[in-house]
Design a protein around this ligand. Sequence first.
Ligand code: MG
Length: 278
Amino acid sequence: MITCKSPREVDQMRRSGRLTARVLEKLTGAVAPGVTTREIDAYAEELIRAEGGVPAFLGYQGFAGSICTSVDDEIVHGIPGTRRLREGQLLKIDIGARVDGWFSDMATTVAVGKVGNRARRLMDATRCALGQGIRQVRPGAHLSDIGHAVQSYVEAQGFSVVRALVGHGIGRRLHEEPPVPNYGRPGLGTVLRPGMVLAIEPMVNEGTWRVRTLDDRWTVVTADGKLSAHFEHTVAVTAEGFEILTLPEAEARPNWVPDDLRCEKGGTDDATTTAAAG
Ligand code: MG
C-alpha cells in the first residue's frame, strides 16, 4: 500500500528534509583525518535535537547510533565507534530525522582529506547516478524508470549497483512501500502519482555488486573488499515532476537537481565522455 501525501503533508516532510540537509552539511564539514565516527555521531544527535528533530535511526531495530557511518568497503549501516578516520578514506554518512511525526532520509559520501582518483570517480558516478534517477520522477513514469536510469549510468562508468539493498517510500514511517531498486528494466511496476515520496539511494561498488554482512549484524560490506559509495535524497512526486525535499532552503525549488548531482559537463548523454575521460 503506497500512501500519497497531501500538499500540506509534503510541506511537513519538506521541513523535516531541510533539517536533515542542514545537519548533514555541518557533519560533512566536521569530517577530517583523526576524527572518530562516534564524534560525528554525537554531533549529529546534538544538531538534530537542537533543531527540534529526533534522530530516526537511533534505536531503530536496536541500532546504536543516530547516523550510520560506513568507511571504504563498508556500503551502509556502519555503526559509529571509536575508530579514527584516516586520510584517503571514503566515509558514507546516512542520516534520518523525524520532525512532527514526518521522516526524512539522506546520505552522502565524504572524502577524508585527499582521496585517490578511482575513489573520486566512484563518488562522482554515484552522485550523478542519483541525479539521473531523480530526473525520472514525474507523474505517469514507472517506478522502474528510476532504477534503470541509475543502473545504466553506473554500468557505463564501469561500476556496479548493489542489488541486496534498495531505496524505499517514506512518510510517517521511515520505510514505507514501495521498494525503490537501483536496477532493472524501464516501464515496469508502480506508476508514480503526485504525493508519493521516495528515498532514492544508489549504492555503487567499485567491483562486484555482491555484498556480505559483518558479524555485528549491521555493517554491509562489498564481497570483494573494494570501495563503495552512497548518496540519497528524499524526493516527492509533484503535479509537475519532482521536488527534492532534503535540500537546504536556499537550494530547493521544483524540478531542480543541484549542481553536485549533475554529471560532469552536464546532461544525460555524456556518459561516454566521462567514461572515456576516466
Ligand atoms: Mg534510506
